[in-house]
Design a binder for this molecule. Structure first.
Ligand SMILES: Nc1ncnc2c1ncn2[C@@H]1O[C@H](COP(=O)(O)OP(=O)(O)O)[C@@H](O)[C@H]1O
Ligand SMILES: [Mg+2]
Length: 327
């Protein structure tokens, strides 16, 4: 079929897939992260990327932002960062003898908040308010953010000194919690080749940019993706299982705090985007299952005993997924 025979929807999907494929050649073994960044972009979600330094967390978000023709800002978090540094400040203008509001980095479409757990709690809460409400209140004035607004935050969860762990209530605002893991030897070699090739020729990698009209149209199509009663019931079973009402058995004993309803809403919304990206107009239980760990792991808290035993939230959610019948 020639391009002109494709429907608008198919054309949009093809354009997004092409850019995703380009990103995959530049971010080695990060297909899942790239997919989730796109799902969040298309559904108004935000992403928290966790992992040790040097695993291309920052690079992934930078490249992803380059793949969308929208405004982008990067905030490097430090302990002395002030809320106004990210929201904006009233500045006195000599000329007019008035105060004028200078917009901070949060007034962009895509915002990378790097090392978010190094930012003090007041900055984190200003950021999370913007994420939850898509608006910013400063000096008593509330200003709306653009409809296309996405935060991608990174953190190293192992590091404790000089960090302020995100409170659980605030973490809940993220759609995805993504874990980037150490590469194996083959992946390491590919990373090396990729980065060396770039240093030899900065133009070696092609990256087209998706325009915002495409994003808006795709988002509308995703809203219309069908999610059946039986898939909705499956989502409810998964969430209920984190609350000890499923057949999760052992795994549930490890959970101190279960997922909130935000978990089920994000899971349903993300699954619709996953279905659309896969070329379907209906959600399957597998769409839901494939996203459950990344949506739910950051939403549960473990018993101290389980933490001491070295159990991870992601493991517990995958056990819950294994133990929960899809139909
Ligand atoms: N999977 C990968 N794909 C491509 N480059 C990678 C990958 N992992 C690490 N790198 C390279 O390692 C370096 C560190 O990346 P960076 O984004 O600064 O890491 P982080 O933000 O996780 O500390 C960069 O030069 C990046 O190109
Ligand atoms: Mg970084």
């Amino acid at each position: 079929m020639s391009a002109s025979n494709l429907s608008n929807d198919d054309q949009d999907r093809a354009n997004i897939r092409r850019v995703v494929a380009q990103l995959e050649t530049q971010l080695i073994n990060q297909e899942s992260l790239i997919r989730r960044l796109y799902i969040a972009l298309l559904t108004g979600g935000h992403v928290l990327i966790e992992g040790p330094p040097g695993l291309a967390k920052t690079r992934a978000v930078n490249r992803f932002a380059q793949s969308v023709s929208a405004s982008f800002a990067r905030v490097q978090s430090t302990p002395d960062l002030l809320p106004a540094d990210i929201t904006g400040t009233e500045l006195f203008q000599q000329k007019t003898s008035n105060f004028e509001f200078l917009k901070g980095p949060l007034f962009n479409n895509i915002v990378l908040v790097d090392e978010v757990n190094r930012a003090p709690p007041k900055v984190q809460s200003a950021m999370l308010e913007a994420m939850g409400e898509k608006q910013i209140t400063s000096s008593g004035v509330t200003r709306k953010l653009d409809a296309l607004f996405m935060v991608a935050a990174t953190q190293n969860p192992i590091e404790h000194e000089g960090t302020y762990p995100l409170p659980e209530a605030q973490k809940d605002r993220f759609m995805f919690f993504i874990d980037v893991a150490m590469p194996d030897a083959d992946t390491e070699r590919l990373i090396l080749d990729t980065v060396l090739a770039e240093s030899e020729d900065p133009n070696v990698h092609k990256l087209d940019a998706i325009d915002t009209d495409t994003i808006v149209r795709a988002s509308e199509s995703i809203t219309g993706v069908h999610i059946s009663d039986s898939v909705r019931d499956y989502i409810v079973r998964l969430i209920a299982a984190t609350r000890g009402q499923g057949i999760g058995g052992q795994s549930v004993d490890a959970i101190r705090q279960a997922s909130s309803p935000r978990g089920s809403i994000f899971l349903a919304t993300a699954a619709k985007a996953e279905a659309w990206l896969s070329g379907r107009d209906y959600v399957t239980p597998d769409d839901v299952a494939s996203l459950a760990v990344d949506v739910l792991s950051g939403r549960i808290a473990l018993e101290y005993k389980a933490i001491a035993e070295g159990v991870f939230q992601r493991e517990i959610i995958s056990q819950v997924v294994q133990a929960t019948p899809k139909v």
